[in-house]
Design a protein around this ligand. Structure first.
Ligand code: ADP
Length: 626
């Protein structure tokens, strides 16, 4: 029979599996059992809507058997099974293959990380077997089919023999080597332990024939072996257990298995709620963002169960967008199974659960921030952008729920702080919460405008995320204290005397300043100011749109033409002022060059592009080569 080739990415993964020295080979069993459990879920769900299907729920199960002599390990289930096409598409390719980051000459660590991250699943069985045979009869098919493969060479599919709907997977276990004893996968005691360790929570019985040593004669120390089929797992879903009865390790393993993560979760949140709509929930905050988290592909949602039947793998309505990183399971007996999935999402029950879950997650995060700051900061560095996004999204509707969870970098403390912390440390004469934005803490620290505020010993929040300023604009005020960008044209930090002096300078030189402004065109105004200490120039803005916001708008695909109103400020104490005065009176050509150079300097400091770099560079050369 003709062999079919594996899809190329799958082939590489297979190759990786077969030649893997991945130490945790045990996981293959968990993967196969978990696939079986999914297949049982699917059948149970189908039987709810398809009355013709006669499924006895209490007979759904997974069976394990082994043959030491022939080195065969069999895992079978009476789940939904696979049609010929499904065998082909499910086992000939890997669903997630698109996201596999293959490279040439990968180190063993990199290979292991791929196996850990994605490679689990059916293919992991090749870590322990020379040959795999899958016989399956689908609920949707008359005939059973047999899929067979010895690895990278390819696979065959032909008609098979199976009377009952379901899937049987037979592994030809590898011979032992000096390093690895594959025989453990043919050992009753080992298999029992593996099931207990990784698959205890599976809600269907995992059954295997086990041997009981029975003492028949105490005096003669005579034993008799009896064999009996036993259920190896406790079958109580982990979320139904009281958290005091569950080891941290078990929660971690459940999470890593169910949500295909190679790292433990940062936080486990378990709760059981009694009321109008009773439910149990087990939620996890991942310790790192899933690889596709900040892409369109990422789907938020919690697995929704009702009466032990999985209704939806990812019920999006259970989570607000700003907590979309949370993974987990919700199980409620009070949701009616007789309505469609679409209607279920509209149900009051789901809405109520969603509301409770939102509040629960928020409370947990607040507690974490209060009691374990280090952990919170680790969380915030990973998912903080999502919270900040949540503050201004939906027209700021959720800002009050989130404003105490967001943190910003404090110039004074050189670390992240909350808004409450900022306000509690404000100076007596300080009226505003000051912030400055830019590409990095270092760049913001070097902004000329920062100096004046820091000189007053006021703290400044340094905003480095593109969402930050939008977030702050949405919050507007915190404890009645308005936010103030240090690049605002009028910070009002000078003494009356200083103000008067500046006003006078501006008035006395209004012709010169107007001339500069008309040379430049795209600034609203040019003026002298005393907010600068050492720098000659800076850009400030008038109105709601700051320079950083303009950068975000400029980067959007549909440019809406939203521009900041910019003011070029010139340090009145800087020698450049005299120079400008002199040129204005005696050499208009030079005056024009200086004006352009100074404006370009200010744009550079603000991190804005220079529209005509060649011209400016020539102007600078002209001036310095003199
Ligand atoms: P994953 O389970 O992550 O989707 P796998 O490689 O483990 O990836 O399995 C691929 C697919 O093969 C599954 O999604 C499922 O559709 C199908 N499958 C695997 N095992 C079984 C089984 N025992 N019964 C029915 N379908 C199965």
């Amino acid at each position: 029979m003709a062999k079919k080739e594996f899809q190329s990415e799958s082939k590489r993964l297979l190759d990786l599996m077969i030649n893997s020295i991945y130490t945790n080979k045990d996981i293959f069993l968990r993967e196969l059992i978990s696939n079986s459990s999914d297949a049982l879920d699917k059948l149970a769900y189908r039987s709810l809507t398809d009355k013709k299907l006669k499924v006895k729920k209490d007979q759904l199960q997974i069976e394990i058997s082994y043959d030491k002599e022939k080195r065969l390990l069999t895992i079978s289930d009476n789940g939904c099974g696979m049609t010929k096409e499904e065998l082909e598409s499910n086992l000939g390719t890997i669903a997630k293959s698109g996201s596999l980051a293959f490279k040439e000459n990968m180190s063993q660590d990199e290979k292991n990380s791929i196996i850990g991250q994605f490679g689990v699943g059916f293919y992991s069985a090749f870590m322990v077997s020379d040959k795999i045979t899958v016989t399956s009869l689908s609920v949707d098919s008359e005939d059973a089919y047999l899929w067979e493969s010895e690895g990278v060479d390819g696979y065959t599919i032909q008609k098979g023999k199976k009377d009952k709907v379901g899937t049987e997977i037979v592994l030809q276990i590898k011979e032992d080597t000096d390093e690895v004893s594959y025989s453990k996968y043919l050992d009753e005691y080992e298999l029992k332990n593996l099931v207990k360790k990784y698959s205890d929570y599976i809600r269907y019985p995992i059954r295997m024939e086990v041997t009981h040593h029975e003492l028949v004669d105490e005096e003669k120390h005579e034993y008799k072996d009896t064999k009996e089929v036993e259920t190896l797992n406790s079958m109580v879903p982990i979320w139904k257990k009281a958290s005091k009865d569950v080891k941290d390790e078990d929660y971690d393993n459940f999470y890593m298995d169910k949500f295909s993560d190679y790292d433990k979760p940062l936080k486990v949140i378990s709760s059981s709620v009694e009321g109008m709509t009773s439910y149990q929930s087990l939620l996890f905050i991942p310790s790192h963002a899933p690889h596709d988290y900040y892409t369109q592909e990422y789907e938020k949602g919690l697995a929704l169960y009702s009466n032990g039947v999985l209704i939806m793998e990812k019920c999006a309505d259970l989570l607000p967008d700003y907590f979309s990183f949370v993974k987990g399971v919700v199980d409620s007996e009070d949701l009616s199974l007789n309505i469609s999935r679409e209607l279920l999402q509209e149900s009051q029950g789901v809405k109520l659960i969603a509301k409770n879950i939102e509040a629960k997650i928020r409370k947990e995060l607040e507690t974490m921030l209060k009691e374990n700051r280090e952990e919170y900061i680790s969380f915030f560095k990973t998912f903080g952008v999502q919270l900040k996004y949540g503050v201004y999204n939906r027209y700021g509707q959720d800002k009050d729920k989130l404003k105490d969870l967001v943190m910003f970098y404090s110039a004074k403390h050189d670390r992240l702080i909350t808004l409450a912390e900022y306000v509690s440390e404000m100076k007596e004469d300080q009226e505003n919460i000051y912030y400055a934005s830019g590409a990095s803490v270092e760049k913001i620290g070097a902004l000329p405008q920062v100096e004046q505020v820091r000189d007053k010993d006021y703290d400044i929040l340094y905003l480095t995320d593109y969402v930050d300023e939008f977030c702050i604009t949405a919050i507007q005020k915190y404890e009645e204290k308005p936010f103030r960008n240090v690049s605002d044209e009028d910070l009002d930090l000078e003494s009356d005397e200083e103000k008067k002096a500046t006003e006078k300078a501006n008035k006395d030189h209004s012709d010169l300043l107007k001339e500069m402004s008309s040379i430049l065109g795209d600034v609203k105004e040019v003026r002298f100011s005393n907010k600068l200490k050492s720098h000659p120039v800076c850009l400030t803005t008038k109105g709601d749109v700051s320079i950083e916001m303009q950068k975000v708008f400029d980067a959007m695909p549909n440019d809406m033409g939203i521009k900041a109103e910019m003011i070029l400020e010139i340090n009145e104490k800087h020698p450049i002022r005299e120079k400008l005065q002199d040129l204005y009176e005696n050499n208009h050509d030079e005056f024009l060059k200086y004006t352009k150079i100074l404006y370009s300097e200010a744009r550079m400091i603000a991190g804005l592009p220079i529209d005509n770099p060649t011209e400016i560079s020539q102007l600078i050369c002209d001036v310095i080569s003199r």
